[in-house]
Design a protein around this ligand. Structure first.
Ligand SMILES: [Zn+2]
Length: 212
């Protein structure tokens, strides 16, 4: 099982835009296989190629523990419906979570591993994961969607959603930060360091936008 190390924030590759896959060759198939193995080992919901240091438009999502991990090549969101508030984490921010606004459902198109063109409409966890992972391919991180009144917080086993989020179905796996994999590969950084790094990233993003 070739597991690839997951890059953590503020690695600059997480802020880069990934390139479309032109041909599903052995290199892409190996990447997909490794990403699936890495996601399984990390007990994560989804993983984008940027997170293993490859700037190709490939994501993998584990929609439920029972089903197979699906690879989405050159995925694009074609429609979004509604808004909901959910708790979210990311393998590139081990040990942290935040409250973000996501769509209730999304439509997307992508290429499957055999090159077939697929269109789907998804809700619940898959919708959230598609938005999160496709954001990664565009250099966007979940912390960019943090609600103003909610700061990034360390994952707390006592955490409960706020009252205004009570109607929201939250299915993010709770144990994704506890695997041996994370302990081995991630260097823990303090929340103050992380917030400082995030402030800097926001400034960099503003500068980049001003230069566009
Ligand atoms: Zn992520």
């Amino acid at each position: 099982m070739p597991i690839r190390p997951v890059l953590t924030f503020p690695n600059s590759l997480l802020r880069k835009r990934a390139e479309p896959v032109k041909k599903i060759d052995n290199e892409i198939m190996n990447l997909i296989k490794d990403m699936k193995d890495t996601l399984t080992e990390a007990s994560g919901v989804g993983l984008a190629a940027n997170q293993v240091g490859v700037l190709k438009r490939v994501i993998v999502i584990s929609n439920s523990p029972e089903s197979d991990i699906i690879a989405y090549i050159n995925p694009e969101i074609t429609n979004r419906k509604g808004k909901r508030t959910v708790t979210e984490g990311c393998l590139s921010f081990p040990g942290y979570s935040g409250i973000v606004t996501r769509s209730i459902s999304v439509s997307a198109r992508y290429m499957d591993e055999s090159g077939g063109r697929v269109k789907i409409t998804a809700d619940e966890l898959l919708s959230q994961a598609l938005e999160h992972e496709i954001d990664h391919l565009n250099g966007i991180l979940f912390v960019d969607h943090l609600r103003e009144h909610e700061k990034l917080s360390a994952v707390d086993p006592e955490y409960r959603p706020h009252n205004h989020d009570i109607n929201v179905s939250i299915k993010v796996q709770n144990n994704q930060y506890e695997s041996e994999f994370n302990k081995k590969l991630y260097t823990k950084i303090g929340i103050d360091d992380l917030k400082l790094a995030l402030d800097r990233a926001d400034i960099l993003k503003d500068v980049e936008q001003a230069n566009d």
